[in-house]
Every structure is written in structure tokens, then in C-alpha cells.
Design a protein around this ligand. Structure first.
Ligand code: GEK
Length: 253
């Protein structure tokens, strides 16, 4: 296991200067600085990516399909690729940002693993899903309209084999105002420690306000169960960022 993430070639300076408020979009400017942006913004990201390889290794089933939904530049896709030890698995990465998919193709081509990767520039709400053993939503569900989340997770569950798994990583919010405040402050401290200024932090926060909608851990668990998953397991948390596993019941369950 190693860190095979796309290199952080360009520093994220998108919010350095005062600019008019606009909703955050995954456009070419974001795609260019994305490896640096996500590492400096998401506590635990650099731990979660290699663990996706470990988790995939355990749950990928021979002859099945594996999906990375919202693959961006392919960091989680590459982790899955290296965790799959069955030559007859089919790995697909999906993202609806053309700028992301274009760069993702480049990073996948640079990687030397023999398993082919199919990349699709599609909306994950409509993409075809079937016969899955491992599906990853690594910080993607939070960008989906909350009203569409149950439908998406139900489609993933229906397409997953017994014993298959969904890896779901999300920024979360907390019911307790005190906990919300503590975790948000610590997240901002993390960003400051990574070189972001107060202006960058507040401008990015405002750009994401209508776009990234976090929910509580309890809401995620309840919806995963409603979608048809069982044994929802929190395997990682750093401040207000978490990663969960959710399983499809074994036939005997
Ligand atoms: C990683 N998983 O590096 N359909 C397809 N893609 C979408 C949609 C949609 N409806 N909505 C958003 N996206 C990656 C990181 S980033 C997380 C994932 C972040 C895509 C969007 O274009 C972006 O590339 C990705 O979801 C979210 O492990 O930026 O915090």
C-alpha cells in the first residue's frame, strides 16, 4: 500500500484575493489545483485514500464491478485499482466535471497497474450501476441535492451483491451547537495550519454554503438503512469529516 494520489503540482490560491461571492463549481481552475486543495482542506483525506485500497482489497469480489462515484482526479479510483486483485473485475470512475475527467484520464494512464479503468463523464444520479461489490462515494454525496440522496443510495444498494460494501466519506454537521462550533473551529485551525488565510477560509466557506450540504451522522445512518444497507460502520473520523462502511446483507442475514 502506498500514496498513489495525483501530485499537488499547483498551489490552491483560488480564494487568496477578495472576490465577489459565487457558488463553488468543479471547473478547470479547481481541477488544476485540486490535489493541493483537497489535501489542505479535508482533515484525514491523506489517510482515507490508502485505506480505500485496504477496504477494497477485502471486499472486491471476483467477476464483480467496482465504482468510484465522483472520482475527481482519480485518487480514490487509483486506491481501488490497487486494492483489486481479481483480473476479471471491472472498475469504473464517474464524474460530471469534464475538467476533472480529462485530468483523471492522464493520472490513470501514468499509473502502471494493469487493471483497466473505465472513466465516464456522467451525472452519478443517472449512471448505470450493476453487479457491484465495492462502491466509493468519497466526499461526493455531500454535493448531491439532499432530496436525491436516498434515490441514489437505493440504486447503489440494489446494484450491490450480497456482502458488497459502500465506502461513504462525508463532511458532517452536529445536532449539538457546542460540538458543531468546536469541530468547525478545529477544521478551520487545520486549514490555517496548512497555510490558508482567514480570508481564503471565509470566501471558500461562503462559496460552498449552498453547494455542500452536510448532514448528521444519524441522518446518514438512517438513510443508508432505508436504502437497503446494514451494519453501517464508522471507521474514520477527524473533526467534522467521517468515513463509513455500509454493507449489503449476506443471503443468510
Ligand atoms: C477523491 N472522490 O479525490 N455527478 C457526478 N459527479 C459529481 C456530481 C454528480 N451529480 N456532483 C459532484 N460530483 C474524490 C473527491 S470531490 C470532493 C471527490 C470535494 C463530483 C465533482 O465534480 C467532484 O469532482 C466530486 O464529485 C467531489 O477521493 O471536492 O470535496
Amino acid at each position: 500500500m502506498s500514496q498513489r494520489q495525483p501530485p499537488a503540482q499547483e498551489t490552491d490560491r483560488l480564494f487568496v484575493t477578495d472576490r465577489p461571492r459565487e457558488d463553488f463549481r468543479f471547473d478547470a481552475a479547481v481541477a488544476r489545483v485540486f490535489p493541493d486543495m483537497i489535501r489542505r482542506s479535508v482533515p484525514g483525506y491523506t489517510t482515507i485514500i490508502p485505506m480505500i485500497e485496504v477496504i477494497t482489497e477485502r471486499y472486491a469480489q471476483p467477476g464483480s464491478r467496482c465504482y468510484d462515484l465522483g472520482c475527481s482526479l482519480g485518487a480514490s479510483t487509483l486506491a481501488m485499482r490497487h486494492g483489486i486483485h481479481h483480473q476479471d473485475c471491472v472498475l469504473t470512475g464517474v464524474d460530471n466535471s469534464a475538467a476533472m475527467i480529462e485530468r483523471c484520464e492522464h493520472y490513470i494512464a501514468l499509473d502502471d497497474h494493469p487493471l483497466p479503468v473505465i472513466l465516464k463523464c456522467e451525472d452519478i444520479l443517472n449512471t448505470e450501476l450493476e453487479d457491484a461489490s465495492v462502491t466509493t462515494l468519497n466526499f461526493t454525496l455531500q454535493f448531491i441535492d439532499p432530496d436525491a440522496r436516498l434515490r441514489l443510495l437505493s440504486r447503489v444498494a440494489a446494484a450491490t451483491r450480497p456482502g458488497g460494501v459502500l465506502i461513504l466519506s462525508e463532511k458532517i454537521r452536529f445536532d449539538s451547537a457546542t460540538e458543531q462550533d468546536t469541530q468547525t473551529r478545529l477544521h478551520h485551525d487545520f486549514k490555517r495550519a496548512n497555510g490558508y488565510s482567514d480570508l481564503e477560509i471565509s470566501q471558500k466557506r461562503s462559496a460552498l454554503e449552498q453547494v455542500l450540504i452536510p448532514e448528521t451522522l444519524a441522518a446518514h445512518k438512517a438513510r443508508l438503512e432505508a436504502a437497503g444497507f446494514v451494519n453501517v460502520t464508522l471507521w474514520y473520523q477527524c473533526f467534522n469529516f467521517v468515513s463509513m462502511l455500509a454493507f449489503r446483507p449476506q443471503e443468510r442475514d
